[in-house]
Ligand binder design. Structure first.
Ligand code: XIL
Length: 460
């Protein structure tokens, strides 16, 4: 069961190939009614080797009347996955949202039995076809307490989560069983509450194999994102990024890159799923939160993710059949929880973060450029936003003077001439023509410092 980091030089050209080369998967949430959309399916099949049903395996979809199960959408997705070499994440057996009306109106032991029956029936139906199940979704509260969220399920007794995990294990012993939640993107009160639950489950032999981090992200990423994944991995569970999407705009590409790097750097991070294929498929409306634009074109964020997959260390994945959970023999859990950082400043994700549009007044004539930087010791990623002036552009170039010692190592959505000193970035074929006020982005990665970059833009 030990996973080893291996360093293989490789450069896949699709997300699925690059992730697979590193022993991981790269997945997307799928709405099965889009499987007849050609553009959608072309991108899905080319880039992803894992899928999750955006809605079709939820309680309201699978058991809309008590005891009458329907698996049409879920089965369709499983067939599509099997025909295209994709694994399937199951989402979600129990959740306080998207319950059928009959369950919303239940309580106490009747609800408990109905919920456990639901877990048993659905996990049995899909037995052998699911890589990992989100057995319980979003059961912890937001805010400072680190405790459980109130819900009809929680009111059946605090042990409802472990009862669900035991039922899922009995029904499908081959699936990894995950707890999944949001606003857990760093060490904070909520993630620590979950951490303590997982540690408790492992110590008592409750079957849990993985923790999902939804990662519906705003305009910044917690600096301890990777450290948080690692502390869960150190408890002896796999970790996965399960519903990744990021507010469009300046930091999007670099955040996508950072999240991917964090996963690659944690040997028990077995895969990443983005919550949709194209921007227009996203539940986040106009946030443009995904890796492909509405026409299916790759965005700068895509390139950052691909590069991070190619640059990251590989793992030898553990067998899909989870081993028996052995109680942790050692020290009793400390009575003081690990230190917490203040709650994250990113907006809560169940309601998508508010769209803060950039100023809409176009600069007069020509074009303008602004840069946002994601730096680390020895390197940086710059995302440059180009805004067309009142005349629009048929092409543009942006010049940037790098500090001495810095050089450009990689560029996306533009062509660079030179690598040190003053570097000139010219539009690529698809992003040169901009209407008045229209915005496009390109990016580049560099070594050294990117401090103080002041881009100048010229239109043609
Ligand atoms: C969302 C879907 O994307 C929407 O289509 C649906 O209307 C509501 O649910 N956390 C989760 C996902 O675990 O199931 C949610 O998906 C997004 C938030």
């Amino acid at each position: 069961m030990t996973m080893t980091l291996t360093s293989t030089a490789s450069a896949g050209t699709t997300l699925r190939a690059s992730a697979a080369e590193k022993g991981r998967y790269f997945g997307a949430a799928v709405a099965t009614n889009k499987l007849s959309d050609n553009t959608y399916v072309t991108v899905l099949n080319r880039e992803f080797n894992s899928v999750v049903a955006e809605n079709e395996m939820k309680w309201d979809a699978t058991e809309s009347q008590q005891g009458r199960f329907s698996y049409t959408g879920g089965d369709r997705l499983v067939s599509h996955a099997q025909a295209n070499g994709m694994s399937v994440r199951g989402h979600a057996l129990l959740w306080h949202q998207q319950q059928p009306g009959w369950a919303q109106n239940m309580s106490g032991s009747a609800l408990r039995s109905a919920a456990i029956n639901h877990v048993t029936q659905v996990a049995t139906h899909f037995r052998g076809k699911i890589y990992a199940w989100d057995v319980v979704n979003e059961a912890f509260a937001d805010g400072g307490g680190g405790g459980r969220r109130d819900s009809n399920l929680q009111r059946t007794g605090n042990d409802w989560i472990e009862a669900a995990f035991r039922a899922a294990r009995a029904a499908d012993p081959g699936a990894k069983l995950c707890y999944n939640d949001y606003n857990t993107d760093g060490v904070n009160a909520k993630s620590t509450g979950i951490y303590n639950m997982v540690r408790d489950f492992k110590s008592r032999g409750v079957p849990i194999d993985c923790v999902g981090f939804q990662s519906h992200l705003g305009t910044s990423l917690a600096s301890d994102y990777q450290a948080n994944l690692q502390r869960f991995a150190d408890l002896g569970v796999d970790v996965q990024i399960t519903e990744l999407d990021v507010m469009g705009g300046g930091n999007q590409a670099s955040i996508f890159g950072s999240v991917t790097r964090a996963c690659m750097n944690v040997s028990r991070c077995t895969g990443i799923t983005v919550w949709g294929v194209r921007d227009c498929d996203s539940w986040r409306g106009s946030d443009n939160a995904l890796l492909f634009d509405c026409s299916g074109n790759k965005k700068a964020a895509y390139t950052n993710v691909l590069n991070a997959l190619n640059a990251g260390p590989g793992i030898t994945p553990s067998p899909t059949t989870p081993g028996p959970t052995t109680p942790a023999p050692t020290t009793p859990p400390p009575t003081t929880p690990p230190p917490t950082t203040p709650p994250p400043t990113t907006p809560p994700p169940t309601t998508p973060p508010p769209t803060t549009p950039p100023p809409t007044t176009p600069p007069p004539g020509g074009c303008s450029a602004s840069v946002s930087l994601n730096s680390w010791t020895g390197g940086f990623v710059a995302t440059v936003k180009v805004t067309a002036g009142s005349g629009g552009t048929s092409g543009w170039n942006v010049s940037v003077t790098l500090p001495s010692g810095a050089s450009v190592t990689n560029t996306w959505s533009a062509t660079a001439s030179g690598a040190t000193g003053t570097v000139r970035f010219t539009n690529v074929e698809y992003n040169g023509r901009l209407g008045a006020g229209q915005v496009t982005e390109f990016g580049f990665q560099g070594t050294g410092s990117g401090a103080g970059l002041t881009p100048t833009c010229a239109a043609s």
